[in-house]
Design a protein around this ligand. Structure first.
Ligand SMILES: *[C@@H]1O[C@H](CO)[C@@H](O)[C@H](O)[C@H]1NC(C)=O
Ligand SMILES: *[C@@H]1O[C@H](CO)[C@@H](O)[C@H](O)[C@H]1NC(C)=O
Length: 399
């Protein structure tokens, strides 16, 4: 059975980490041996599977700096990843047929010194994720961007997380026009969603509420969360006072992240200004069982980001039979079926409010769309399908 090494820059807690851990679990379930090599692994801030022995991890080069006086984060990350690759290829006793790397492609030239095949998972072109406000930053990024494009093209196989990212990939890496990335949707294992959820928590969802809208997203400005609150306020104005509707804004929140703190306060102020503060619950961080409870008992999910690369939450919601109202762009175009498992709307409060009103007017709508959503996830976005595709990708590489 092929042996696969995952090379990842920082094995902390985030979407990218979740995706590579799921990929490793998938390959492991098909009998491959898998091992992680990373520049950083902190047992107090990592996913369970990487510390309980499910997945084995080697951490190398964590003594290398992460930044130089608060600058050059990207350059340092590159050097750390290249160092880990040098360790893997020249100094470790690990045997491997395939290297699965992601986020930083600069290590690929080093990996080519081994006989292993190289699979690169492109979450999103890194060069599009950083702003270049100053001339100096532009000069600093130019060689890094050039390197990203050149080295990405050196992988034996490139995977992307959605058709949307595949399109962006083509537009960004113009010199790689011969390369067609393969789409592998990052599907989580939904088995934990089958556990019984908690009973309704009346602190979050007041009793007697007829319609509950839910938003789940980190407290970041790019997630467009204000749209949910504005749309909710518009809808509330159209309804008689006797109709009790409620909005829950649940989001990942980290005390150390300034943007999270600021944005949380901004959204609170917005709710106040729009006079809906009493009908909105803000929740900062939540447990998995709370998340299940919220998805199970909400009428529908409001998913507000524009041009989201993929978006896992709409899939989780549909799996829990919770219909999704999302912005008509990016990943949701591939996951949500307009009128069947939810609604795809313009990025405007009016457009969202109109779709939300449908759920207030027709109480059977949630059930109908919810069932269709579950069916769609089981057919198109199952962990089994993900596992099968990844296993085949690895086998084809070695043929
Ligand atoms: C993995 O894929 C290969 C090639 O398609 C196939 O022969 C093999 O049976 C698959 N392994 C499992 C465990 O499904
Ligand atoms: C969802 O809630 C209902 C009760 O309203 C309960 O019967 C069901 O088991 C819950 N589903 C899950 C997956 O927890």
């Amino acid at each position: 059975m092929p042996e696969v090494v995952f090379l990842h820059p920082d094995l902390g807690i985030g979407g990218a980490e979740r995706a590579v851990i799921d990929a490793a679990l998938a390959l492991k379930s098909k009998g491959h041996s898998v091992h992680f090599v990373t520049a950083h692994h902190d047992k107090s801030h990592c996913f369970q599977e990487t510390k309980d022995g499910t997945l084995t991890v080697t951490s190398v080069g964590d003594w290398l700096p992460r930044h130089i006086f608060g600058h050059a984060h990207a350059l340092c990350a590159y050097i750390r990843m290249i160092y880990a690759a040098i360790f893997l290829v020249f100094f470790s006793s690990l045997k491997f047929d395939v290297v699965f790397c992601d986020q930083i492609s600069a290590c690929i030239p080093v990996l080519r010194w081994s006989r292993a095949k190289i699979l690169f998972y492109c979450h999103f072109p890194d060069m599009l994720l950083t702003a270049r406000h100053t001339f100096l930053k532009k000069i600093y990024r130019a060689p890094i961007d050039w390197l990203e494009e050149k080295t990405t093209g050196m992988a034996d196989c490139i995977l992307v997380n959605s058709q949307f990212t595949a399109k962006i990939f083509k537009e960004t890496f113009r010199s790689l026009h011969d390369v067609s990335p393969t789409v592998l949707y990052p599907i989580p294992d939904f088995s934990s969603f089958n556990l019984p959820s908690d009973p309704i928590d009346v602190d979050l969802i007041p009793t007697g509420t007829s319609t509950v809208f839910l938003s789940i997203n980190r407290y970041e400005r790019k997630k467009n969360l204000g749209l949910a609150i504005s749309a909710f306020a518009k809808l509330k104005k159209q309804l008689p006072v006797s109709k009790k509707i409620h909005l829950i804004m649940a989001g990942g929140y980290d005390d150390r992240v300034l943007e999270n703190k600021e944005h949380y306060l901004e959204l609170n102020r917005l709710a106040q200004q729009l006079d809906v503060k009493e009908s909105v619950t803000f929740l900062r961080s939540f447990t998995d069982s709370q998340k299940r409870m919220l998805l199970n008992h909400s009428t529908c999910l409001l998913y507000t980001p524009d041009r989201e690369h993929f978006g896992i939450v709409p899939i989780e919601a549909m799996y829990m039979k919770c219909p999704v109202i999302a912005v008509k762009s990016g990943g949701p175009l591939e996951t949500v079926v307009d009128g069947d498992t939810g609604y795809l709307c313009e990025q405007e409060p009016d457009s969202f409010a109109e779709a939300m009103k449908k759920f207030v007017d027709d109480v059977s709508l949630k059930d109908r769309l919810g069932k269709a959503g579950r069916k769609r996830v089981e057919e198109k976005f199952s962990f089994n399908a993900f596992t099968k595709q990844l296993n085949e990708t690895v086998h084809n590489l070695l043929r």
